[in-house]
Design a protein around this ligand. Structure first.
Ligand code: ATP
Ligand code: MG
Length: 397
């Protein structure tokens, strides 16, 4: 006889069925609980993801805003005014008490900025001043002209990138070739262009929190640099680059060399206008003056002799007149009062002489045939300019 499992009268069956019932119930309960726990954890994860998404959305919004700001700044003409100013601590005081820091600049190329800087550096070193020359044009022209031996890589890049400050300067500054006293140079080379772009992009997209416009100022206004040198001469590129902005932000003075022709005269007006437009970046910058370069003749000396009126001189006199007009209209347009004699005395203008280029590059000149008489004439020209400039920038000589 087989066992009838469904026979409820059998007590064993009842016990077994009861046990089976409870087991099923427990299993269902356990499954329900498992699903609940799973659902709950899914829910928590979902909530977490939602929070992450909303925070990512926020970040995306911020990044879009920054990018938009950067795009607008690049499109407009206020690129360098696009972000609020964060000047170094005690900027005003440090700059007003600074040794002369002179940027030699003009947005027009080929007007003799680099040649002039090299000669002025040698002149000041020659009269016993400790000179620091800084090449801020990635073409490296001043470095090639004036650095001793093989030009090292771009030593100035670290400063432009905001990576070095004052105490490192003497490890990085390179001796100047044939300078008669103490003259060093912070060299530049093509890699500076890459650094400049990097610095600009980081600053514009706010990845750089410090104010990139004042990186060089933060380095040059340190006690260490101020005590190591008597004068700093900066050779700027003929463009408003990251380096040009940094140079103007750290300078006490700007000297504008110009050729004496109509186009160059207009370029002087344009540059001075740019200086005014961005004035809030460099409120303490003074215009040391405008100096004629590559002149056909020594205008001052010749024009004093009234019987000599050669047509070239008239041509240059016209250019001087035009520069003055451009300065007058620019100062008027910005309601500024013009300091007297912004154009330097004509006797300090630098004549156009091939030997001036040769002598700017002392390495070359050693093998060249610059006559002692020419050397003297050229040295005398930079002596006149150097003394006039010293007077204008309060350098005791
Ligand atoms: N007084 C001068 N007499 C004759 N030639 C000069 C004189 N000054 C500069 N030069 C020559 O003119 C050219 C341009 O000079 P320089 O490189 O100094 O100008 P720059 O304004 O620095 O140019 P850039 O804008 O490219 O930096 C060079 O070949 C240089 O040798
Ligand atoms: Mg140059």
């Amino acid at each position: 006889m087989g066992i009838d499992f469904w026979d409820q009268s059998n007590p064993t069956n009842r016990i077994l069925l009861g046990a089976l019932g409870s087991l099923t119930g427990a299993l269902v309960l356990w499954l329900l609980r498992l699903s609940w726990v799973w659902l709950k954890s899914r829910n928590t994860r979902l909530k977490k993801l939602k929070t992450e998404i909303s925070s990512l959305k926020g970040e995306l919004g911020t990044l879009q805003k920054r990018l938009h700001g950067a795009e607008k700044a690049v499109e407009g003409d206020g690129l360098w005014l696009a972000r609020p100013l964060v000047q170094p601590d005690h900027y005003a005081v440090l700059l007003q008490q600074s040794i002369p820091i002179i940027t030699v600049a003009n947005l027009k190329g080929g007007v003799g900025k680099t040649t002039l800087t090299a000669h002025l550096a040698r002149f000041y070193a020659g009269i016993g001043k400790r000179v620091l020359a800084i090449d801020l044009d990635y073409q490296g022209s001043l470095s090639n002209l004036a650095a001793q031996g093989d030009v090292p890589s771009s030593r100035v890049s670290n400063f432009v990138a905001g990576e070095f400050n004052g105490p490192n300067i003497n490890e990085l500054a390179w001796p100047m070739e044939n300078a008669p006293g103490y003259a060093r140079i912070l060299t530049s080379y093509y890699e500076l262009a890459r650094i400049e772009n990097q610095v600009l992009v980081h600053w514009l997209t706010q990845r750089e929190e410090r104010d990139a416009r004042y990186f060089l100022a933060a380095a040059l206004l340190t006690q260490d640099v101020q005590e190591s040198y008597d004068i700093i001469l900066i050779d700027a590129a003929p463009r408003i680059t990251t380096s040009t902005v940094q140079a103007l932000c750290t300078s006490t003075n700007v000297l504008i060399p110009t050729k004496l022709d109509a186009v160059s005269a207009d370029a002087v007006g344009y540059f001075v206008e740019q200086l005014f437009i961005m004035e809030k970046l460099w409120p303490f910058l003074n215009l040391a003056g405008v100096v004629g370069t590559m002149t056909e003749n020594n205008i001052g000396a010749l024009s004093e002799a009234s019987d000599r009126r050669d047509p070239m001189i008239d041509f240059e006199q016209d250019a001087i007149f035009r520069i003055q007009q451009r300065l007058d209209s620019t100062y008027d347009a910005y309601s500024k009062s013009q300091p007297p004699s912004l154009i330097l005395p004509h006797t300090t203008f630098i004549p156009g002489k091939r030997d001036i280029s040769r002598l700017a590059n002392e390495q070359f000149s050693e093998a060249s045939d610059v006559s002692p008489a020419n050397r003297l004439v050229i040295e005398a020209a930079f002596d006149r300019l150097g003394r006039e400039l010293a007077n204008r920038v309060n350098l005791q000589i």
